[in-house]
Design a protein around this ligand. Structure first.
Ligand code: SAM
Length: 208
């Protein structure tokens, strides 16, 4: 019930954001010193492109937004690799469709992936996981759809090591919901090193 309301709020706010998204987000990334091209290179470096060079290989991107990452993934992927994308926001998906980066798109939540088990060589996602209320569902869905040996690359923002660790337990576990342009979000706090002291992106790779 609560997660349904959460997802409805997500969908509505990302629908409203879709028009202005690219103009807001790209300069933000540039100020941090990177762009979607570099992210695509990092992501594909982690999923080891050479491992998915077989015919009919499939990469599935979750939370495609307007297709900023997908555009660069498409440019870097060999032609025979299918790129599919999914998003909870129909307005975001409409824009992603205009990029022609995706062979197929799905209007769905990442908690229920509309593809068969063991069908993906890689699952990738940028800046989506902090929006997810029930991350365990998304991770188990990703595990279900990945082929044996398939790879996962998640890129997301996080908050860095807290100044007051005891207080942060309360803040992280009870009061952790923030709004991002009206969309509810929960940022993971991670211990990290100095280079990332302003917060930043991280890539988690999992080998099934
Ligand atoms: C901050 S945007 C990032 C978009 C894109 N990955 C990028 O880097 O530009 C987050 C995207 O994830 C989508 N999203 C959020 N929660 C989702 C969920 N539970 N299932 C599917 N998509 C979701 C939003 O609609 C939005 O398009």
């Amino acid at each position: 019930m609560f997660s349904h309301a959460w997802n409805s709020a997500l969908e509505a706010s990302f629908d409203r954001w879709a028009n202005a998204y690219d103009a807001e987000v790209q300069p933000k990334l540039a100020r941090r010193g990177y762009g979607y091209r570099q992210l695509a290179e990092i992501v594909l470096g982690h999923v080891q492109l050479d491992m998915i060079s077989c015919r009919k290989a499939q990469v599935f991107e979750l939370g495609v937004g307007t297709g900023l990452l997908g555009t660069h993934l498409r440019a870097l992927l060999p032609e025979h690799v299918r790129l599919a994308g999914l998003d909870i926001s129909a307005e975001m998906l409409k824009r992603a469709g205009l990029t022609r980066a995706y062979d197929q798109t799905y209007h769905s939540t990442a908690e229920h992936l509309p593809v068969t088990s063991n069908s993906c060589d890689a699952v990738v996602s940028a800046f989506m996981i902090h929006s997810i209320l029930r991350r365990e569902l998304v991770l188990s869905e990703i595990f279900r759809v990945l082929k044996p040996g398939g790879k996962l690359a998640l890129v997301d923002l996080y908050r860095t090591t807290p100044r007051w660790p005891v207080l942060s337990v309360l803040v992280d576990n009870i009061l952790s919901t923030r709004l991002e342009r009206g969309a509810p979000s929960r940022y993971i706090r991670v211990r990290t090193h100095k280079r990332d002291s302003q917060g930043g992106e991280g890539v988690i790779q999992r080998v099934r």
